[in-house]
Every structure is written in C-alpha cells, then in structure tokens.
Design a protein around this ligand. Structure first.
Ligand code: HEC
Length: 468
C-alpha cells in the first residue's frame, strides 16, 4: 500500500522576518492496520538520542546508526538487544537513585524499534530525516575551551603485556582554573583500555617528586602492602586479608584518608577518566572542579593489546578536552575513592563478598558514583548509614559488567550529613562459570593488571566553595 502524504508549506513573512513552516500531515497504515513505522521518521530520532554517542563512525560500537544503509543490516540484532535492554548499556537497578544519564529506553521507544523491525525495517521517506546532530568533532562535552594532547605517539606492539604509562600534558596553569566539564578522547580505542587524568598540584609535585602513583594517598602504616613490577602495582600475596573492609578501622583502604579539600594533604586530584561507555564528567551549573594554579596534568593510560588480539603495532595519541566555568562556582567538586585493598578472592569461589567504607567528617552533597572492579566483578551496592541509623541504598548494580565502567550522575545531589558512613559492598565470581574469568584456579588480590582485581566505590561530592 502506498503511503499518502499531504505537505502544506506556508510562507509567512512578518516585518522582514521570514519563517518557513512545514506542516506534514500523514496518514499511513500497513496491511495489518498497524501504524507504519519508518526509519527516517520514527526510528532515527530514537537512535540519534540514545545510540549515536557510541554507534557512529570510528567510535566505540561495531556499527553506525546514523544512516539507513549502515543500520539496516543490524535490524534483527537491534530488536533483540533493545527488547532485552542490553542496549543502550545501563546496569543500575531503577529502584535506587535518579540519574541524569539514565540510558534506559522508554517502553514506547522499545515498542517503536521492535515494530519497525517486525514490519521489515523500512526506510520511509528520506525527507522525514531530521538533521544530523552536531557531534562537535567527537567531543561528548561539546566544544572544549582547551584541548591537551600527548606530545608524542605511543606505540603498542601486538604481543605487548598490559602496561600503565604516564604522560605529562604540555600545560602549566598559571592561575586557578575551574572545570565545568572534562573528557578524555582516546587516540586509539583498540589499545587504550582506560585512562585517568590527574591534577598534580605544586604541593603534590613537591611531595611526590616525579614518582606518580595512581593510588589515593600514602600508605597508612608506613609499610606498603604494594609492590611494583613494570609500573604495575599489585598487593603482596602475604599482605593481611580483610574482606569486610567496611568494619575495619580505615574502611579497607591502605592509604591515609583525606577529607574535604583533596589538595589539603598534597596529593594528586582525580580530574576525569575514560573507560568504555563511561560518560564524561559534566558538573551542574555553579559546581566545578578546581585545577589550582601551578598544577600540571598527568595522564595515566592503561594500554592493553588484549592478549595478543592485535595484528600489527598500534599507535596512540590521547587527548583531554576541558570546558572552563564561566563564573566562579558556588560549590567545588571533590573526588573520593572508597577501596578495599586487602581482599582475597579464593580460587573457584562464585560469590565472594568484599566491602569497604568511608565516614564523612563534614556535611557534603553526593553528585555521582562509579563502581570499579575487573573481570570477576559481579555486583556492587552503595549504601548510606546516616547518623540516626537510617540505612539507604544509593546505588545497586546487580549485574556489573567490566566492559562498561558506567558513571552514574545524580539528577539532584544527595545531602550527606557529617558522620554518615558510606558502605560499598561487592561480590566477585572467581568460578569457571564466569566466562570472563581469566583463571578460576588462582586466589586473586588487588592489582592493576586486568587479571588481578580491584574493588573501588568511586564518587564525586560537592562542598561549598568557602569551606576548607
Ligand atoms: C555507551 C555506548 C553505546 C550506546 C549508547 C549504545 N551502544 Fe550498542 N553497542 C555498544 C558497543 C561497544 C557494542 C559492542 C560490544 C557489545 O556488544 O557489548 C554494542 C553492540 C550493539 C549491538 C550488537 C552488535 C553485534 O555485534 O551483534 C547492537 C544491536 C546494538 N549495540 C544496538 C544499540 C542500539 C539500538 C542502541 C540505542 C538504542 C545502542 N546500541 C546504544 C555501545 C553502545
């Protein structure tokens, strides 16, 4: 059946202003009486909004949804992944927390995509196609005010082992800079496993010399439980074992805890990170992260040849994009790491519980969460235990997936009174049933390499800019 289409174009000219209004009245029906669903009119707006951040040329995902030609061959798979809610990737239980970047499609959008595929994945009228969104040359934060790139290319050989490499970016800020948004663009997504940008303040530089460490402070006891081989840090096999870090004196962290202003103790400050699927850091109006005057920025990049999956050497030159706050902020952002460094996951264990905690010694507002584990990570929960003993679930990720290091950005900040304890609880699957498990026969402890584990509840919180 041929679709009928009536297009009324009205030209209105008002005092030199010319507006073109196109009214499209459509009445279409497919043979079974259902409304006809087309790519150009009904489906592509859903794809632009919910898929194109990854599914566009030269980005993360295996195909582009921007054109009918590119998307059509994937129609069957698209329906399957959309109906099962595997795509877009989102792993938080919707009962807890309200997140501004909640990627879940509405029921209506899922039905539209499914109906499109069921009806034969038709293109429709090319004139219905909405304009292509402006992706500002690949930056998800919009056009950066400043772009900082590695000064040289780094080459990864096909058989190279996992490696953490540090690059100091070519900038030294002569005045305080307030960051409204920050994003790392990997130069080569085949080898950049993840990347973290640290702010090294003058005090942090003086303290650390050139010895830059990813970890969040200096060892608590003076005797480090870590050792390094080829810049990869791992926990010593004979270090004490504490799985229930939440009940331990330091919450399971091997480092002195800083509170409030991260620079207060002279350590480096987390600026932003990249991992597959992670949203860039964008702060609400009036809230920003400070780069103190005299700071330099160091990129830590985890390069991986993904166990020999490369055919030829690959080159990388990764960049950092920054958007500065237009006005001095009312609140400043502090990044907090809630880790358990002492766990030990027994070989073969299918549901090993590990916890960590942090107690706030001042009022704060939580603004985002980012659970981090490696391949054996199964689930993670963030809870707040308030001073009045009320216990509230903040975030519950029931099926953690290492491939997706999701940043959960809260729509409204969560107020945390002084004395609140944040408890992070994770489970690990070190059994052979876990298809990602590199080795179920090994006891596993903390370490940088992907074949070791990590357990970190990351979060950002905000403090009034006047507080120290
Ligand atoms: C945050 C990035 C991201 C978003 C958003 C996203 N995808 Fe994906 N998608 C990926 C990546 C990466 C893969 C390949 C790895 C995987 O399958 O997990 C993938 C895989 C897929 C596949 C399977 C391809 C195959 O190899 O069989 C389909 C189908 C798909 N996505 C459809 C969609 C649709 C439709 C949307 C929007 C409604 C969407 N995706 C949103 C990143 C994304």
């Amino acid at each position: 059946m041929n679709p009928k289409k009536f297009t009324i174009i009205t030209l209105i000219a008002t005092s030199g202003l010319v507006a073109l209004i196109a009214l499209t009245a459509t009445s279409r029906a497919s043979s079974n009486g259902q409304k006809e669903v087309t790519f150009t009119r009904d489906v592509v707006p859903i794809f632009y909004k919910n898929c194109a951040a990854c599914h566009r040329p030269d980005d993360l995902a295996p195909f582009s949804v921007l054109t009918y030609e590119d998307a059509r061959p994937w129609a069957r798979s698209i329906k399957e992944k959309v109906v099962s809610r595997e795509m877009p990737p989102w792993h938080a239980d919707p009962r807890y927390g309200d997140f501004i970047n909640d990627a879940r499609l509405s029921r209506r959008d899922i039905d539209t995509v499914a109906a499109w595929v069921d009806q034969g994945a038709k293109e429709g009228d090319p004139r219905d196609l909405p304009p292509l969104p402006d992706y500002a040359a690949g930056w998800n934060i919009g056009k950066p005010d400043q772009i900082l790139s590695m000064t040289r290319e780094y080459v990864i050989e096909p058989d190279a082992p996992d490696n953490y490499v540090y690059f100091t970016l070519p900038v030294r800020f002569s005045e305080d800079k307030w960051i409204q948004a920050a994003e790392i663009r990997p130069g080569n997504k085949r080898v950049v496993h993840h990347a973290i940008a640290h702010i090294l303040t003058p005090r942090a530089r003086a303290r650390a010399g050139e010895d830059i460490d990813e970890t969040d402070g200096e060892p608590d006891s003076g005797s480090s439980i870590f050792y390094k081989s080829r810049s990869l840090s791992r926990v010593l096999t004979f270090a004490p074992v504490i799985d229930d870090g939440a009940s331990a004196p330091n919450g399971g962290s091997a480092f002195k805890r800083r509170s409030g202003h991260e620079d207060a103790d002279g350590f480096s400050i987390l600026l932003t990170s990249f991992a597959p699927g992670k949203a860039p850091d964008i702060y609400a109006e009036g809230t920003a992260k400070k780069i103190p005057a005299g700071s330099v920025i160091v990129l830590q990049i985890h390069y991986s040849s993904f166990r020999g999956a490369l055919e030829k050497p690959e080159r990388d030159r990764t960049s950092l994009g920054l958007i500065f706050a237009k006005e001095p902020p009312r609140k400043r952002v502090v990044s907090l790491t809630i880790p358990n460094h002492y766990f030990k996951i027994p070989a073969g264990s299918a549901n090993h519980r590990v916890s960590a905690s942090y107690t706030f010694d001042q009022d704060a507002e939580l603004i985002n969460y980012m659970p981090h584990m490696h391949l054996r990570g199964k689930d993670m929960k963030y809870e707040a235990l308030y001073p009045d003993d009320r216990r509230e679930t903040l975030l519950w990720v029931p099926r953690f997936n290492f491939n997706w290091q999701t940043l959960y950005r809260l729509r409204e900040p969560v107020a945390i009174p002084k004395g609140t304890k944040i408890i992070v609880t994770a489970h690990f699957d070190n059994s052979s049933k876990n298809k990602y498990n590199p080795d179920p026969t090994r006891d596993v402890r903390w370490g940088d390499p992907t074949y070791d584990e990590m357990m970190i509840g990351w979060m950002d919180y905000a403090l009034p800019e006047s507080s120290k």
